[in-house]
Design a binder for this molecule. Structure first.
Ligand code: COA
Ligand code: AMP
Length: 638
């Protein structure tokens, strides 16, 4: 089939407002918009201004009323506990209505914030949808983050209620969530009125009298009372959620998502970009704590009338590298979306793909990879073993859906290995030099998006319009800065090469080295520090810390290194995956005092490096190379 991509993209470019108005017909609105796009509202303009809608209504009620009541909406497959639970659209609606009633009883209404700090259980999705039903704003915090990260988000979002669970389950280990939650509330200046705690049988927890409520008891009571909570109409421009993502400091950025534009954009992507039909099974193997989980575990599949899979487990070790194939076969998954790191993990344990042949994957059509660069060897391995197209696509927490993609639903374009595809309608992708001038085709530069951003992208940061302008819009006026560096080739395919800021990508998780440096600097013996991301065969990148000790510290450096590793785990969480810290004498700096992180990274990655002309003390780089080599990392200068 010839691809309709060029025609559709051109149609969007010729009439963006007409294009999105047409796409918006797939959504049920309480009140239509006055303006499809109003450049005078918000920081750079707002979509569907004047419209009213409800996201939960479009995700659930509409399908229940429209013939999907008995279709399975959500499958919870826990490879850790070996259990599978299925919920039809009618059942999910019932759960969500009951929980919405519980939240309402606690005073949660339109515009109020609710933090959701939960493992991969169906109740996490129910909580998101219950907030949406009430017009409340949810903020899901990834379970792998520690108490202090949670506390920062509590203070920024100021939630009335927190929904959490007694524990999460990682392979071979139960992660007690309650002490982390209690610790975070203790640390935070803002105190939630109530916590609603899901008790999991693997490890129950103590509830604090007067503050904590038992999730199951509360929901059962509302259900027995026949509670009914209607969907509250909200403005299309009202926030649906705030999702915190790593920024250039330890203070995360609260990415705001609206209701109207978000629904329009996500619904459009399911058919046209992911090529999935309503009624089919879509599986995003991510976590509800990340944007992929928000968009493609919860909202997009449900808005589209699909069955979504919420998977608790890992690609390997739960119990083996065939788990993904088991889930695909058992639930009839048509499309899987995950991060390349998952496939590197599988390939590492089952290089021949022997486990693939044990399962019937005949209904499986497409594999989508995002979150980090899909390295061609991994992509080719997946193509070879699964015999389906493997689609790399590129986007960010901020955009909420793919910026570039190979739009399967419009008819596939030829695949170019190493490229996450071509710009999707809504995105005018440009590559600029540091002075803001367009670079010639094929030249590396700053990847930016011409404003306005399309529906579904962040309109601003939570309570921080100026930070939004400063961080994203100021450097290249008229454009949104993606902070990715890349190039566009002669066929319009984008190639993403690196981040231009301090973000590193660890097992598909976005982390800030600046945030880690702030933790290293907290250690009493540390005078100065630097954290770099170094290449890792499975995780893509892992952090590596360098510290210079205060004068006069005579302690064993190895002990200090261990303390710092533990400190990062305690402050940020296990997900930071910082395992290597080196005590060094000095940090390599330019004469103006800038730390030469890029050169340190090259050394750690065994890439050729040259001595920077502006270096203050050339000997220190050789010392760093030797220190890394002593830990089996990198090599000395060739
Ligand atoms: N709650 C508590 N702890 C968590 C957690 C959670 N939700 N998620 C991860 N952790 C912990 C892990 O247990 C691990 O702890 P450890 O240091 O004690 O072993 C640590 O955080 C690092 O986790 P992770 O980066 O996931 O590494 P891993 O070795 O456990 O697994 C992969 C590596 C590649 C298998 C896994 O990251 C994966 O499946 N990634 C692909 C899918 C994905 O999540 N993508 C995200 C965006 S699309
Ligand atoms: P996140 O906000 O966690 O989704 O991370 C977004 C960042 O991950 C992007 O800015 C890129 O740096 C990186 N990224 C995501 N998808 C891809 C991809 N397909 N190819 C290369 N980098 C990617």
């Amino acid at each position: 089939m010839a691809s309709r991509y060029h025609e559709v993209y051109a149609a969007w470019k010729a009439d963006p407002e007409g294009f999105w108005a047409e796409a918006a017909r797939a959504i049920d609105w309480v009140k239509p918009w006055d303006k499809v796009f109003d450049p005078a509202t918000g920081v750079y303009g707002r979509w569907f201004v004047g419209a009213e809608c409800n996201t939960c209504f479009n995700a659930l009620d509409r399908h229940v009323a429209g013939g999907r009541a008995d279709q399975v909406a959500l499958i919870h497959d826990s490879a850790i506990t070996g259990t599978i639970r299925k919920f039809t659209y009618a059942e999910v609606k019932r759960e969500v209505v009951a929980l919405a009633s519980v939240l309402k009883n606690q005073g949660v209404g339109k515009g109020d914030r609710v933090i959701i700090y939960m493992p991969m259980v169906p109740e996490a999705a129910f909580a998101m949808l219950a907030c949406a039903r009430l017009g409340a704003v949810h903020s899901v915090v990834f379970g792998g983050f520690a108490a202090r990260e949670l506390a920062t988000r509590i203070d920024d979002a100021a939630p009335k209620v927190i929904v959490s669970a007694s524990c999460g389950l990682e392979p071979g280990r139960v992660v007690a969530y309650k002490p982390l939650l209690d610790g975070a509330i203790e640390m935070a200046r803002h105190k939630p009125r109530r916590c609603i705690i899901l008790q999991r049988e693997q490890q129950r927890c103590e509830l604090i009298e007067g503050r904590d409520l038992d999730y199951a008891d509360q929901v059962a009571r509302e259900r027995a009372a026949g509670a009914n909570v209607d969907c509250v109409p909200v403005a299309a421009t009202d926030p649906l959620y705030v999702l915190y993502t790593s920024g250039t400091t330890g203070q995360p950025k609260g990415v705001v998502r609206d209701n109207g534009g978000h629904m329009v954009a996500l619904k459009w992507t399911m058919q046209n970009e992911f090529g999935v039909e309503p009624g089919e099974v879509f599986w995003a193997a991510s976590d509800v704590g990340w944007v992929v989980g928000h968009s493609y575990i919860v909202y997009a599949p449900l808005l589209h009338g699909c069955t979504t899979v919420l998977f608790e487990g890992k690609p390997v070790g739960t119990p083996d590298a065939g788990t993904y194939w088991r889930v695909i076969a058992e639930h009839g998954v048509a499309a899987l979306f995950t991060a390349p790191t998952a496939f590197r993990a599988i390939k590492g344990q089952d290089p021949q793909g022997a486990l693939v042949s044990k399962y019937d994957l005949s209904g499986f059509r497409t594999l989508f990879l995002a979150g980090e660069r899909a390295d061609p060897p991994t992509l080719e391995w997946a193509e070879d073993k699964l015999k389906v197209p493997v689609i790399d696509h590129w986007w960010q927490t901020e955009t909420g859906h793919p910026i570039t993609q190979n739009p399967v639903g419009l008819g596939m374009l030829p695949v170019k290995y190493g490229s996450p595809g071509v710009p999707m309608p809504g995105f005018d992708v440009r590559v600029l030099d540091d002075a803001g001038h367009p670079v010639p085709t094929g030249t590396l530069g700053n990847v930016v998006l011409k404003l306005p951003l399309p529906p579904g992208c962040l309109p601003t940061l939570w309570n921080a319009d100026q930070r939004f302008r400063d961080a994203y819009l100021a450097e290249f006026p008229g454009h949104y800065k993606t902070a990715d560096a890349g190039l566009v080739d002669e066929d319009g395919y984008l190639f993403i090469m690196a981040r231009t800021d301090d973000i590193i990508n660890v097992a598909g998780h976005r982390l800030s080295t600046g945030g880690m440096e702030e933790v290293l600097a907290e250690h009493a013996d540390v005078a100065e520090c630097a954290v770099i991301g170094m290449a890792d065969a499975m995780k893509g990148q892992v952090p590596c810390g360098f510290v210079v000790l205060n004068a006069g510290v005579a302690r064993d450096p190895a002990e200090i290194e261990r303390e710092i590793v533990a400190l990062v785990r305690e402050r940020i969480g296990a997900v930071a995956a910082l395992r290597l810290v080196l005590v060094i004498k000095r940090l390599p700096k330019t004469r103006s005092g800038k730390i030469l992180r890029a050169t340190m990274q090259k050394i750690a990655d065994s890439e050729p490096w040259t001595m920077p002309a502006t270096i203050d003390d050339p000997a220190i780089l050789d010392e760093i190379a030797a220190a890394l080599a002593s830990r089996g990392v990198g090599r000395a200068q060739a």
